[in-house]
Design a protein around this ligand. Structure first.
Ligand SMILES: Cc1cc2nc3c(=O)[nH]c(=O)nc-3n(C[C@H](O)[C@H](O)[C@H](O)COP(=O)(O)OP(=O)(O)OC[C@H]3O[C@@H](n4cnc5c(N)ncnc54)[C@H](O)[C@@H]3O)c2cc1C
Length: 466
């Protein structure tokens, strides 16, 4: 997924630079060059292969001739399991490495993003969530402390246990956040405790260097799938499952969906059932927990036949679950188009409405795929358009975000805003948010060098997306 090491555009140069130590990073930051720090480059909201094209005219208007793509993956990395059971990571450790490390020590981390090669500090920067958010809650709550470097090259340590130091514009911002508290991420980052400062800030206040994460004892888990009629034709079983599974959070760790269209993206041997949606449940294997789910949830449905329920090996679940977003990601890269998909989470009472809106996506007349974090009412609805069909998708998604605004849902619940989603976020932000973003940028990034085209420096005229 890397870029060419050196790309010269018509109006500006995009320079790939690798950092190998804190001293080198500090010296670079003090040189005040505009930079977009990156880790594994799996973001779905930054079109890395199209970056130079998307940024050229904006950079020209801003008088930016060079933008450094600051690759942090060569920084020295390390993992340590602390006496309190927390995992301390330094540098660009990815989720897969952290899970394997914890497992060797009889522990596991509580966040499980589908893209395991993404890095943990980047996950903190984007306020990533993932499958196990259903059972364990958000990454934001699992970050106990962290270190980041600001625009002067100073390293700050932030603690979750400390409230964020108040400043004049903060109170109105915090009040505006109240309706979104129960969602994974609101349309603007939560700013309540110290660690919130950089969680979801997408690197705009400086690179995150070290993170202390909560873990939990490792235990066996079991995976089941339930095949259902397609949600477009009959969502009665989906809605029954959605309602009932809420009472089993904690014993059910994840509740994911791949709809019948998504299954078509997989190699034939991975398709679990022809023409059916698949809902996966990850269930704690501990006897009492498992029995509770087995007896009171799995075999107690009115609209789901017992014969639609099967157990599946863990590895196969992960392979199938990750296969769908990867296929869409690769398809878009091949066609040279940006991702045209949603990352919307709604309140439980709006879940039926969300499905109804996605049902209307059929009228756009393009292939579509629904998958994601079903139990959390957080679904990814994706089109795979050709370049000439992109505008049709944009119109549809504009309608979706208008609804999400009314429902007070989360337009971008885990992938962030990046560049691609900036055109849609504008209606969710007002002076209340812009004043706070400005205050934070002035304090921590006074020269506005970190991701200067990010949402904290906006709103901008025009778009960074196709
Ligand atoms: C197939 C697929 C599945 C996915 N599934 C999930 C999922 O389940 N849950 C989820 O949340 N996301 C998911 N994503 C999105 C993506 O993986 C996440 O946004 C992830 O956190 C990005 O990590 P990265 O290392 O690739 O970061 P990058 O793409 O390199 O960077 C992402 C953002 O973080 C900033 N950044 C990177 N490193 C740092 C740092 N050290 N300090 C400060 N800022 C930094 C960058 O400037 C950029 O704004 C998925 C993506 C794909 C392609």
């Amino acid at each position: 997924m890397g870029l060419n090491p050196y790309i010269k555009g018509e109006h500006m140069e995009l320079i790939n630079r690798y950092f190998k130590s804190y001293d080198e990073l500090k010296e670079f930051i003090q040189s005040k060059e505009p930079v977009l720090f990156v880790s594994s480059q799996t973001s779905t909201v930054i079109p890395y292969p199209l970056l130079e094209e998307r940024l050229a005219s904006w950079c020209e208007k801003q008088g930016i001739e060079k933008l450094v793509l600051g690759d942090l993956t060569s920084m020295p990395s390390n993992m340590e399991l602390l006496d309190n059971g927390n995992l301390y990571i330094k540098g660009s450790v990815n989720w897969e490495e952290a899970i394997a490390f914890c497992q060797k020590h009889g522990r596991t981390i509580k966040t499980y993003p589908t893209e395991q090669l993404a890095c943990i500090p980047a996950g903190v920067a984007t306020s990533a969530t993932g499958e196990r958010c259903f059972g364990f809650g958000t990454l934001r709550e699992q970050v106990i402390s962290l270190k980041f470097m600001d625009g002067e090259g100073t390293i700050h340590t932030l603690q979750k246990k400390n409230p964020l130091e108040p400043f004049p514009e903060l109170q109105a911002y915090q009040e505006a956040y109240l309706p979104y508290q129960a969602l994974k991420n609101g349309p603007f980052p939560r700013l309540k405790v110290e660690t919130d400062l950089v969680i979801g800030a997408e690197g705009q206040l400086g690179p995150i260097l070290e993170v202390e994460l909560e873990t939990t004892p490792y235990e066996e888990v079991r995976y089941f799938f339930i095949h259902l009629p397609c949600w477009e034709e009959d969502d009665t079983p989906h809605l029954e499952l959605f309602q009932k599974v809420q009472a089993f959070r904690g014993n059910v760790l994840s509740c994911e969906i791949l709809d019948k269209h998504s299954m078509q993206l997989l190699p034939e041997q991975d398709r679990l059932k022809q023409d059916r949606d698949i809902i996966f449940l990850e269930i704690r294997g501990e006897e009492e927990a498992f029995d509770d789910v087995f007896e009171n949830l799995l075999f107690g449905f009115e609209s789901i036949d017992d014969e639609w329920i099967f157990e599946i090996p863990e590895e196969r679940f992960h392979q199938i679950r990750a296969g769908v977003p990867r296929a869409i990601f690769e398809n878009n890269q091949r066609l040279g188009v940006e991702k045209k998909g949603s990352d919307v989470q709604v309140r439980q009472e709006n879940f039926k409405d969300l499905l109804a809106f996605y049902r209307k996506g059929k009228d756009v007349g393009l292939p579509y795929f629904l998958f994601g974090h079903f139990g959390d009412a957080h679904l990814h609805y994706n089109f795979t358009p050709k370049t000439s069909q992109v505008e049709l998708c944009n119109i549809y998604f504009k309608g979706l975000y208008d609804r999400v605004l009314k429902w007070k849902g989360s337009p971008f619940a885990e992938h962030g805003i990046g560049l691609i989603k900036q055109r849609y976020i504008r209606n969710f932000h007002s002076e209340t948010q812009y004043k706070v973003f400005k205050a934070l940028k002035t304090k921590y990034d006074p020269n506005n060098i970190f991701f200067p085209m990010g949402f904290m420096s906006g709103p901008f005229e025009g778009d960074f997306s196709d």
